[in-house]
Design a protein around this ligand. Structure first.
Ligand code: BGC
Length: 268
């Protein structure tokens, strides 16, 4: 891969002040992109990441928006475009879990997860596509007129008891991504997804913060290690770069083999 595969491009990463989003933002910056770091809480964490990126010679700004709020998403794009001139890459990453056993799943919990994880990706991707089409291709920086990367999950495929809202949101992300890819390809826009497995971040702390939990998690991961945020950041750089120019409508699983039915390694 070229040393700065995203040089001259502007990226917006949602939910970028912690976890996977932060790693994607930092990897994008290291790959030469200017980065708009979307956040909704913890401004101090955002500022620290922006400062860090600048110290490393990159360009970054923080942009606050609740991704499930249409007006705030539009204002966020306006701010990013004001700062960087345009947006070339969206990584729609913001997401959360609000778990409950199915019979105790309140409508509030259901809506909370669906509106952030699924409607939020719709709103952010729609604004990105509008900007890509308005602006048209910039062949000096990329073959595509724009790139959208949806952060999905292994749970777009793997059913997940106790997490009906979350698994459904990711199943929805898969179909949203594929439909956008089909519809936007004629505009030279590439749309793909990353499906992370268990990545060591605050969202799944209970799955790794005791030796017992970690042991039990390892039974689900053929590679026998928990993923790190950078595993996803590096994949995102590749999907955003021209090195993946012929990749369209695909989900890249970055999961240490979690989707390989590990129970069948010895059974069946
Ligand atoms: C979830 C994590 C979980 C992982 C693997 C992710 O999408 O957010 O909590 O550890 O999937 O099950």
């Amino acid at each position: 891969m070229r040393e700065k595969p995203l040089a001259g491009q502007a990226a917006l990463v949602t939910g970028a002040n912690s976890g996977i989003g932060e790693a994607v933002a930092r990897c994008f910056a290291d790959a030469g992109a200017k980065v708009a770091i979307n956040w909704v809480a913890h401004e101090e964490a955002t500022n620290a990441i922006v400062e860090d990126i600048k110290k490393r010679g990159g360009e970054a700004i923080g942009v606050r928006a609740d991704v499930s709020n249409e007006a705030e998403v539009q204002a966020m794009y306006a701010a990013a475009i004001r700062a960087f001139g345009t947006v070339d890459i969206l990584c729609a990453n913001a997401g959360l879990q609000d778990d409950a056993p199915f019979t105790e799943m309140t409508l509030q919990k259901w809506n909370h997860v669906i509106t952030v994880n699924l409607t939020g990706q719709f709103l952010c991707a729609r604004e990105a596509a509008r900007e890509f089409i308005r602006r048209g291709p910039r062949p000096e920086v990329s073959k595509a007129a724009g790139k959208i990367i949806c952060m999905s999950s292994v749970h777009q495929e793997i059913p997940w008891a106790g997490h009906a809202n979350y698994a459904t949101s990711k199943g929805g992300v898969r179909m949203l991504m594929q439909t956008m890819a089909q519809e936007l390809a004629p505009h030279k826009i590439r749309v793909n997804a990353i499906a992370p497995g268990a990545i060591q971040t605050p969202i799944n702390r209970s799955a790794w913060d005791t030796p017992q939990a970690l042991r039990s998690l390892m039974t689900l991961i053929p590679d026998q290690r928990i993923g790190q945020p950078d595993d996803i950041g590096r994949a995102a750089v590749w999907l955003a770069s021209d090195d993946s120019d012929y990749v369209q409508g695909t989900t890249l699983f970055v999961d240490g083999g979690m989707t390989l039915f590990p129970g069948f390694a010895t059974g069946g």
